[in-house]
Design a protein around this ligand. Structure first.
Ligand code: ATP
Length: 227
């Protein structure tokens, strides 16, 4: 099922003003969803349709490249043991360090989030397109809804998420369940959705739903430009 919320005003607008709205002219769509919900498949479809996609995970990696200010700060806070022998950040080790330490997690986020956000805004300002997609898996967890005009949630029943991720990554059901427990609930995500793709059918259907939404966004983008 593809749902386009019928209300003229987006949920994002209804929630709160967006003091840091990134683009006044270009329509900005934030794409999110739980693990294995189908976000990458949807992002890739938008890209195939010629829509610029900015991936927050890729931006996060850029912020911790060897020699970057972000990595220097992480080393200052967590020590050089977070580095692999190659000099790159050992992301698994860092993840384990913050797993049971909420203060350390907060500190890491304080280092990374403003940098990712600034880089995202810089990229957006360089793009000329009717609309763009920001792929932000942890949008709700990190309360970044204000970055976009609309929030698109890709949602799937939990059993589908587990089955797909186990199949793709050879992870155990328990491992995937553990990740799901650290993420926002489906209800929390649906609560901020302006647009919803329910990925409970075939891949073909997922791609077709994304294409239909693309046409909708092109029309919204035209309206926004005319305002
Ligand atoms: P992650 O959060 O782990 O990055 P994701 O939300 O980006 O996952 P995808 O990578 O798009 O999700 O999809 C997860 C896996 O499920 C992929 O292997 C994808 O090909 C497959 N998949 C997604 N949707 C469907 C579907 N409707 N039918 C069959 N397979 C699907």
């Amino acid at each position: 099922m593809l749902t386009i919320h019928p209300k003229g005003e987006s949920a994002t607008r209804r929630r709160a003003p967006r003091p840091t709205a990134v683009s006044r002219i270009m329509l900005v769509i934030a794409l999110t969803g739980g693990i294995g919900a189908g976000k990458t498949t949807v992002s890739e479809r938008f890209a195939e349709l010629g829509v610029p996609v900015i991936d927050s995970d890729l931006l996060a990696r850029e912020q911790v490249q060897p020699g970057s200010a972000g990595l220097e700060e992480i080393i200052r806070r967590f020590g050089p043991e977070v580095l692999a022998s190659s000099g790159e950040l050992d992301r698994d080790r860092l993840r384990r360090l913050i797993f049971r330490d909420p203060a350390a997690k907060k500190h890491l986020e304080a280092i990374l989030h403003p940098r990712i956000r600034a880089q995202m805004q810089r990229r957006i300002s360089e793009i000329d397109s009717p609309y763009i997609v920001l792929a932000i898996p942890l949008l709700v967890e990190n309360a970044q809804m204000d970055l976009a005009d609309r929030v698109l949630v890709v949602d799937a029943p939990e059993e589908f998420q587990i089955e797909r991720v186990c199949h793709r990554d050879r992870q155990s059901i328990e491992e995937v369940r553990a990740i799901l427990r650290t993420q926002s609930s489906r209800a929390e995500r649906l609560g901020v959705a302006d647009d919803l793709i329910t990925n409970d059918g075939s891949l073909r259907k997922l791609l077709d739903d994304t294409t239909a939404l693309h046409h909708h966004y092109m029309s919204l983008a035209r309206d926004k430009k005319d305002i």
